[in-house]
Design a protein around this ligand. Structure first.
Ligand SMILES: [Zn+2]
Length: 78
């Protein structure tokens, strides 16, 4: 370990650039497996996500309600 503790430098693979902090609060993301679209203004009944919840605020365990694809399978539509 080098002691480099920069959170801002942390990166992870993801179709939305791997950086959720770059998403807009009203960004719509689309599952690249089944084309399900997550729309923040609608939330998600399956996971009991409140309407108005940005994609970047979804819990880590959130998965595509249609195909169970992982969060990082999603691509930014807008
Ligand atoms: Zn899906």
């Amino acid at each position: 370990m080098s002691g480099n503790a920069s959170f801002e430098g942390s990166s992870f693979e993801g179709s939305y650039g791997g950086d959720a902090s770059r998403l807009q609060d009203d960004s719509i993301l689309e599952c690249k497996i089944c084309w399900y679209r997550y729309q923040p203004e609608q939330g998600d009944d399956v996971w009991q996500i409140e309407p108005g919840t940005p994609f970047s605020q979804l819990p880590e365990h959130w998965r595509c309600p249609q195909c169970d694809g992982a969060k990082n399978q999603f691509m930014v539509v807008r």
